[in-house]
Design a protein around this ligand. Structure first.
Ligand SMILES: O=C(O)C(=O)Cc1ccc(O)cc1
Ligand SMILES: [Fe+2]
Length: 473
């Protein structure tokens, strides 16, 4: 099992179980990181971890699993065993074709900070971080038709266009999980591999999902004390995050576009292979059908699931979208056509202050979808926004959507007879696609007690994208 991935920059890599892993060419050959060295101890003067502190687990949601939006169902013991320790994403990999503009946008406009870098003659990999949200940007430095084995912690999706193709989860037992997944018929293109440098060692493997080009890196970094991952050099002088108005704390959810008939199959796969649990997006969702949005030119099926809240941190939400629309073009079918198949359509970034973050990002040049003009004037919307304690003019000016999960039910009468603001609502805004095609985009989401998704917001997004696409035709 495993393989040597020798001679690639900045780290020692070896097939697991072998003694004397081949050393990488940028690392002094002093034996550090090989057998005999004590792992798990920080080297003297080690830089602080760029991952931030590991989150302490909030208590799991209580009451009626599966009956409320955002609350997962109980798992079968088999799924529970499989799920043992999938964390929320460590990083999401973006791949950009040779010579295409990259990184500048995420760094300059989205205010993600370059924190660690790895370069070989063939590839450059740059980690960009904001809060606990880390994107790994990958690019080839030379043209080639063959898949490059040179991308560390990932596989080469050989992109013809920019794509977000890998989600990395932290797990406790990489070899064990890879073995179990192989036993379930999954393809494991990168078998468990150990990589080390002076900060310690990590083990990772890459498994292909059954959705389009999406793969998952399974990573154990419990024995690593360095700033990012072995093989990466910290980027010096990374700017301080405070004070630019942008507050992004972590990845909230990842939304996939699946081919027709594919969402249910993907749901089954994530339940069976990763032990993810289904949850209802909204109270209107019916278990057997999923969340079907129809009418007014919208046609989409959504299914949602999340990883178990294990010992390794908060869970990861996945939303699976499938087109039911006969109208074309629409955002889901257009994604499939331009992306060349299923894949990650957008990533939701959590913010505790969507107004300030949207404003700061707009000033930095980020373009957002504009909701239909009727959104803020629809019956009851202004009251809903005010009831939530937000200002309708500000939200309209910035294009932020607001949805209370169950309109009307959240208002809590105060003892003096007035109503206090609704407590359970969420606010969202969606960026234009970040690559040159109409495929991958980002979302800001500010959750105020609402763990699910809002029907009004999804409809408004659908329409906003539709208007944008119609204009570009
Ligand atoms: O509301 C959200 O944030 C979602 O992620 C749901 C969703 C899924 C697919 C779309 O094309 C639009 C919205
Ligand atoms: Fe989303």
């Amino acid at each position: 099992m495993g393989r040597d991935r020798a001679g690639r920059g900045g780290s020692k890599m070896g097939a697991l179980g072998r003694v004397g892993a081949v050393s990488g060419d940028l690392i002094p050959r002093d034996g550090a990181g090989q057998g005999g060295r004590r792992v798990g101890t920080a080297p003297p003067g080690a830089a602080p971890s760029l991952w931030g502190r590991r989150a302490r687990l909030p208590a799991p949601p209580r009451g009626g699993p599966g009956l409320q939006p955002g609350v997962p169902f109980a798992r079968s013991p088999r799924a529970q065993a499989m799920a043992a320790s999938l964390s929320r994403p460590c990083f999401i990999s973006l791949h950009v074709p040779y010579r295409q503009r990259w990184a500048q946008d995420l760094a300059a406009s989205f205010r993600f900070h370059p924190v660690a870098m790895r370069e070989t003659p063939q590839v450059r990999q740059l980690a960009l971080r904001r809060g606990a949200a880390v994107f790994l940007l990958n690019q080839r430095l030379a043209p080639s038709r063959a898949p490059s084995p040179d991308f560390l912690y990932d596989m080469d999706p050989q992109p013809a266009l920019g794509t977000a193709s890998n989600v990395c989860f932290e797990v406790e037992d990489v070899p064990g999980l890879c073995e179990r997944l192989r036993g379930r018929g999954c393809s494991v293109p990168v078998p468990p591999t150990e990589v080390s440098d002076e900060g310690g060692s990590v083990t990772y493997g890459v498994v292909k999902s059954m959705v389009g080009n999406i793969s998952h890196t399974l990573l154990d970094r419990s024995r690593y004390q360095g700033p990012f991952l072995p093989g990466f050099q910290p980027v010096r002088g990374a700017p301080h995050e405070a004070g630019d108005g942008v507050e992004i704390t972590n990845f909230d959810h990842i939304t996939y576009v699946c081919p027709r008939g594919g969402a249910r199959a993907a749901l089954d796969w994530y339940q069976r292979c990763f032990g993810f649990q289904r949850f209802l997006l909204s109270p209107q969702e019916r278990l057997a059908e999923g969340y079907v949005l129809g009418g007014q030119g919208v046609g989409m099926l959504l299914l949602a699931l999340q990883s178990a809240q294990g010992s390794s941190g908060p869970s990861c939400k996945l939303v699976l979208a499938e087109s039911l629309s006969k109208d074309s073009p629409n955002q889901v079918d257009t994604f499939l056509a331009q992306h060349g198949g299923a894949g990650i359509q957008h990533v939701g970034l959590c913010t505790p202050d969507i107004v300030s973050t949207t404003r700061a990002l707009q000033q930095a040049g980020v373009r957002f979808f504009v909701p239909p003009t009727t959104y803020y004037s629809q019956l009851g919307k202004e009251e809903e926004i005010r009831g939530a304690g937000q200002d309708p003019r500000t939200l309209a000016e910035l294009g932020i959507l607001l949805d209370t999960t169950v309109p009307g039910e959240n208002k809590r009468p105060c003892t003096d007879g007035t109503e206090s603001p609704s407590r359970n609502y969420l606010m969202q805004i969606f960026t234009h696609p970040i690559f040159s095609e109409e495929t991958f985009f980002l979302e800001l989401i500010d959750r105020r007690g609402a763990p699910g998704f809002g029907e009004g917001n999804i409809r408004a997004l659908w329409k906003a994208v539709q208007v944008y696409m119609d204009q570009r035709q």
